[in-house]
Design a protein around this ligand. Structure first.
Ligand SMILES: Cc1ncc(COP(=O)(O)O)c(/C=C/C(=O)C(=O)O)c1O
Length: 350
């Protein structure tokens, strides 16, 4: 029976006998083959579906570690800035661990599902007039001032430790490392964690090192443009970040792996978003589809070597952002009266 990440990977994690065995059974997420897109791009493509985690995103991997270690250290409160998924995961694991949660979110720029989670899990929510980067600056200052408060953004090393387990799972599931790992990049904690995970397996098990292909939204692409973006803008609100905390480690993952970090437009993200649901039956939130959009862009440019084994990380469940899904579908479903005749006629007209 799967008992979560601390149980599954304790020999790879900085846990001690005093570390509480916290879990919501995170991890062990599906690696879903994508036959339609594999044929379209002439590669062997899989999606690592992180939307199947307990709070619906990959953040659960890092948060179980960060919160368990905070509790071990006697903290009473966890705090984070978030575009949404970090706050949902922090609030869930802190509730489980009996700690309080404070989240600071950029006003109005958080998907509905994520806000609902932070609220119902019982977080104290502060909405600021600024963006994510400003929110992160605020929470770092607050955490420095108080012994009782633990900062659980991905500047907290335990977050990276927890998130690297996804790389382990992919190698175990594929029985070897993929040639390419495609991943959306916002604050750049996740690309950092995957690169660390692949390296640890390489050192301990001799498995290979994939090329890391990171993708940013064009309107929020500081690493691609090599400059801080003061006012990042993208429909993929999860990665609407202009000054990534792990910028330097993302550069290292790109350079040491012989990979790349590129950007995709909102149109390309939304096209991938719709393609994934209508052709593969896989529903992930817009930011997650930046990894698919990036692969499609590279393929169109003739830069995607055929025949490779590629894994695209789908970082969050599509249900996190129901408004974008509704906005994308032209016709609102016909609402017919409970009239058998009308319904049959409607269906025959399709
Ligand atoms: C769905 C989804 N996809 C990709 C990313 C980017 O990962 P990083 O490059 O490690 O930041 C995020 C990040 C979200 C937050 O940063 C937050 O929740 O505050 C995300 O929620």
């Amino acid at each position: 029976r799967w008992q979560g990440l601390i149980h599954a990977y304790k020999t790879f994690l900085p846990v001690t006998d005093e570390t509480p065995l916290l879990t919501l059974n995170e991890g062990n997420t599906p690696l879903i083959h994508l036959p339609y897109l594999s044929a379209q791009m002439d590669i062997e493509l899989y999606a690592k579906y992180e939307g199947a985690n307990p709070t619906g995103s990959f953040k659960d991997r890092g948060m179980v570690m960060a919160v368990a270690k905070a509790k071990e250290a006697g903290r009473k409160v966890v705090i984070c800035a978030s575009t949404g998924n970090t706050s949902a995961a922090a609030a869930a694991y802190a509730a489980r661990a009996g700690l309080k949660t404070i989240v600071v979110i950029p006003e109005g720029k958080i998907a509905l599902g994520k806000l609902a989670q932070a609220m119902i899990y019982g977080a104290d929510i502060v909405s600021i007039k600024g963006n994510f980067d400003e929110a992160l600056n605020i929470v770092r200052k607050v955490a420095e001032k108080s012994e009782d408060i633990e900062l659980v953004n991905s500047v907290n090393p335990y977050r990276i430790e927890g998130q690297k387990t996804a790389a382990f799972e992919i190698v175990d599931q594929l029985d070897g490392a993929p040639d390419v790992l495609a991943i959306p990049v916002g604050n750049a904690g996740n690309i950092t964690a995957y690169w660390q995970g692949f390296n640890e397996y390489h050192e301990q098990k001799g498995t290979a090192l994939p090329k890391m292909f990171g993708f940013q939204a064009e309107g929020a692409s500081p690493i691609v443009q090599n400059k801080v973006i003061e006012q990042p803008e993208t429909i993929a609100t999860a990665i609407r970040i202009g000054n990534p905390a792990s910028w330097q480690r993302a550069d290292e993952a790109r350079d040491l792996s012989g990979g790349l970090i590129d950007s995709v437009t909102d149109e390309e993200i939304l096209a991938a978003y719709q393609l994934m649901t209508s052709k593969e039956g896989v529903f992930a939130e817009p930011a997650s589809n930046a990894s698919i959009a990036g692969l499609i862009k590279l393929h169109k440019q003739g830069k995607l070597q055929s025949g490779q084994k590629v894994v695209a990380v789908l970082t969050g469940n599509g249900l996190k952002d129901p408004q974008t899904a509704i906005d994308q579908v032209e016709q609102v479903p016909a609402v017919l009266d409970n009239d058998e005749e009308a319904i049959i006629n409607y269906i025959e007209r399709q």
